[in-house]
Design a protein around this ligand. Structure first.
Ligand SMILES: [Mn+2]
Length: 318
């Protein structure tokens, strides 16, 4: 059996899409909301089975990964998150690069020799790596309007991944992948797929609500926003954080979204002009993790908000 475990955002979707365009196969899809990265524990594989893991941190799956490898399952991994200690096992094949200007779909693109580059460009836009996206797009000779459409698609696919649970999302990421997988051409998906229409309309409506919120604290070096306990806020927080980062490249951003269970979910974006520190800041909190440029905390108790804000401005001062 084949298991395709992928992050439910643009990068995970487009990484899998490229690989399955290159290596067509029917696999069991294992995915979830973007923050649900402990995907390997959901896989019940046996010796001889293959697991493909995309855009999820090795570190957050270390236990189940070791168990699968010991069972004789072959595991192939592409990712750009901090992996922690990588296992050395003959059944394990990993392509990991944590450079701030890359993403999993660009790593898959490199592996495939640029064969389905246009999807890697889409994913890089989705991961807010606009420069990398434009650089990767150069040999494709796309017009500006075409690049803008790929950016909109990347943002919409990324937007769909954000939520507390699957009920917050417009589409289960596995369903979105199945729809996407019928299109080799992203422009055809944009033109024809009802999913794209739903996502772009939902995105615009959610972003309009987010744009009306004021920062709870704003300095030259950083700004903190609080969003209410509402599905729109949970869906839009990550993408809104990306937009704030793009609009204010010298400022760091933190978005605190209240969860129905009373805690806060945190998204941090380092200043685009100085992409560092987000992972280290978030890792200081129990459920934090991510990349240098973009990281988050899954569960921040309300009582720890002052600690977080102090740590945020200590990381991004001057
Ligand atoms: Mn990614």
């Amino acid at each position: 059996m084949l298991f395709d475990a992928f992050n439910g955002d643009a990068d995970g979707l487009c990484a899998l899409h490229q690989l399955r365009l290159a290596e067509p196969a029917v696999a069991t899809l294992v995915t979830g909301v973007k923050r649900d990265i402990g995907l390997l524990r959901k896989i019940d594989a046996q010796a001889g089975d293959h697991v493909l893991a995309l855009d999820i941190a090795v570190e957050k799956n270390a236990g189940p990964l070791a168990a699968l490898l010991e069972k004789g399952v072959k595991v192939r991994w592409f990712d750009h998150h901090n992996p922690g200690l990588l296992p050395t096992h003959p059944n394990f094949q990993a392509t990991i690069d944590t450079s701030a200007d890359t993403c999993t779909s660009l790593l898959v693109d490199r592996f495939l020799g640029g064969k389905f580059r246009i999807w890697a460009v889409t994913a890089a836009f989705g991961d807010n790596l606009h420069e990398s996206a434009r650089r990767a797009a150069e040999p494709l000779v796309l017009s500006m309007p075409q690049l803008d459409r790929l950016r909109a698609l990347g943002e919409c696919l990324n937007y769909n991944g954000y939520g507390e649970n699957l009920a917050d999302l417009h589409f289960h990421p596995a369903d979105l992948y199945r729809s996407l997988s019928a299109y080799a051409d992203p422009f055809a998906f944009i033109e024809e797929a009802p999913e794209f229409k739903t996502l772009s309309q939902g995105y615009a409506a959610d972003m309009a609500q987010a744009a009306a919120t004021q920062p709870s604290e704003a300095r030259a070096s950083g700004a903190v926003f609080s969003l209410p306990d509402a599905a729109w806020a949970r869906r839009v927080s990550g993408v809104y954080a990306n937009n704030l980062a793009t609009a204010n490249p010298n400022r760091a951003h933190a978005l605190l979204t209240r969860s129905p269970r009373g805690h806060y979910v945190v998204s941090v974006r380092a200043p685009l002009a100085n992409q560092r520190g987000a992972d280290e800041l978030c890792q200081r909190f129990a459920t934090g993790g991510g990349r240098r440029a973009a990281a988050g905390i899954n569960v921040l108790p309300e009582a720890r908000i002052p600690d977080f804000i102090a740590a945020f401005f200590a990381t991004y001062s001057s």
